[in-house]
Design a protein around this ligand. Structure first.
Ligand code: ATP
Length: 213
């Protein structure tokens, strides 16, 4: 029996990030993107040592493992390791270019949070990124839960806004809560999935606070 070739993808989402660790807001954004953009597939793409992150990230193998724990049960979602495996700096434009070559007929959607969207002009070859895909933005509070949400339109570039309730959750805050693998209180633990919480503790991640952690 010959295997039937996979159906071509019509709409392919790409959600990149450090995912150090993947948390509840990442999951909510992924679910909103799948639903609202009617994606055939959504790739979760943990970055290599990203050029724009000041601090050293946890090992790629850990972040990849946590992404599998956080996302594998979502239908249509696949964790994609290409940026972890890539040598040298990893750029989103290279990932989009590769995906365009692999799926020439697919419409590509890049999913980002508001912080990334507001900084899009600092991204390597950002204009090419906008030519390759539609950017879908999830708004998020950037200055604490009570602060007004940023105005995404100030960027002045085309995008769609994802309909996801703003969540004041960040990986930075989560890393600061885990000390030497000792989990924080149950409320804080609930900001990641139980399997991710266990993984962080078992592997004693985020043991020593880094300057920006
Ligand atoms: P850090 O605090 O380490 O910068 P982070 O919480 O922003 O991490 P990343 O892994 O850097 O998480 O984010 C991956 C993507 O998810 C980015 O586009 C980011 O803007 C988006 N994102 C992260 N948290 C939220 C949130 N609370 N609401 C909307 N988007 C988010």
């Amino acid at each position: 029996m010959t295997a039937r070739p996979a159906a071509p993808l019509g709409r392919l989402g790409v959600f990149g990030g450090a995912f150090d660790p993947p948390h509840r807001a990442h999951r909510a954004v992924a679910e909103a993107a799948l639903r609202q953009l009617a994606l055939d597939a959504l790739l979760i793409v943990p970055t290599g040592q990203a050029w724009h992150k000041a601090r050293a990230l946890s090992d790629g193998a850990h972040r990849l493992a946590m992404c599998h724990l956080a996302f594998d049960d979502l239908p249509g979602v696949r964790v994609d390791r290409r940026e972890i495996d890539r040598r040298g700096p990893t750029y989103t434009v290279d990932t989009l270019t590769e995906l365009h070559a692999e799926h020439p007929d697919a419409a590509l959607f890049l999913i980002v949070g508001a912080d990334q969207w507001l900084a899009i002009r600092t991204w390597h070859r950002w204009a090419d990124i906008l030519r390759l895909c539609t950017v879908a933005v999830a708004n998020r509070p950037l200055a604490g839960p009570q602060a007004p949400l940023p105005d995404l339109a100030t960027v002045g570039l085309p995008h769609v806004v994802l309909d996801v309730p703003p969540l004041d959750v960040s990986a930075t805050a989560l890393r600061a809560l885990w000390h030497d693998g000792v989990p924080p209180c149950a409320d804080a633990q609930a900001l990641v999935s139980p399997a991710v919480a266990r993984y962080i503790s078992d592997h004693r991640l985020y043991a020593s606070p880094t300057p920006d952690a």
